[in-house]
Design a protein around this ligand. Structure first.
Ligand SMILES: CC(C)(COP(=O)(O)OP(=O)(O)OC[C@H]1O[C@@H](n2cnc3c(N)ncnc32)[C@H](O)[C@@H]1OP(=O)(O)O)[C@@H](O)C(=O)NCCC(=O)NCCS
Length: 188
């Protein structure tokens, strides 16, 4: 059997339209991403994003209440835009990134995030995560950074491990009956 080339695996994402957008990298080999507080229009856009199963658990509730939650400055949601100003992702900092049932006793800043669905599974994950880490360190100067990821979500775990995070806990979210890992950045 002929082995499947890696590039095909990276670009294959069922349900995507042909002629999908692409993000260009700069001279340093990184995607240039800028951050700004999520406004109401962006909160509506992000709430309409649909991830394909099994990642559909990350779809935000498309209700007025959750839209208002996302653009409430107290919840620290940020829009991530590319060099053309297009919305390519969002992230949140603080309690929004926690899942009930996890042990969050260590002093750390929690991160939630999502890349625009048509840009997922294309190898951009590490660039997005590194940009979020740079932004978070500069904006919040946190003691440490932390993320909570569903156990089935090997794709996300791979990216965060590559970014220097390690698993420090595992727990079951009673309502969804899903198991999650808590991952925290390794101390240098
Ligand atoms: C999680 C997320 C940031 C990952 O970014 P991405 O651009 O989709 O991921 P990539 O295409 O860069 O893939 C990352 C790695 O996972 C691997 N991978 C992809 N699917 C995989 C799978 N089903 N099982 C194991 N590994 C997988 C890729 O091959 C790649 O490995 P490599 O870096 O060694 O080549 C992005 O998918 C996202 O924002 N998703 C929204 C929903 C979500 O998962 N939220 C959790 C955020 S913490």
């Amino acid at each position: 059997m002929i082995p499947k080339p890696k590039i095909i695996k990276k670009l294959w994402n069922p349900g995507l339209p042909l002629g999908c957008p692409f993000l260009f990298k700069n001279m340093e080999g990184r995607i240039k991403i800028t951050f700004s507080p999520l406004d109401e229009r962006e909160a509506r856009e992000v709430s309409g994003w649909c991830y394909l199963p099994p990642y559909d658990i990350y779809n935000l509730a498309n209700s007025e209440e959750s839209i208002a939650y996302a653009f409430n400055p107290q919840n620290n949601f940020y829009a991530m835009k590319d060099d053309k100003g297009d919305l390519v992702g969002f992230c949140s900092f603080g309690q929004d990134g926690q899942v009930p049932g996890g042990d969050y006793s260590v002093d750390a800043l929690d991160i939630g995030m999502g890349i625009r669905p048509d840009l997922t599974g294309r190898g951009f994950g590490i660039d997005f995560v590194n940009s979020i880490l740079d932004f978070a360190r500069e904006r919040f100067e946190p003691p440490r950074l932390r993320v909570t990821i569903a156990v089935f979500n090997k794709r996300a775990q791979r990216v965060w491990r590559k970014a220097g995070f390690q698993t420090v806990g595992r727990f079951r979210h009673m309502e969804s009956r899903r198991t999650f890992f808590v991952m925290i950045e390794k101390e240098i």
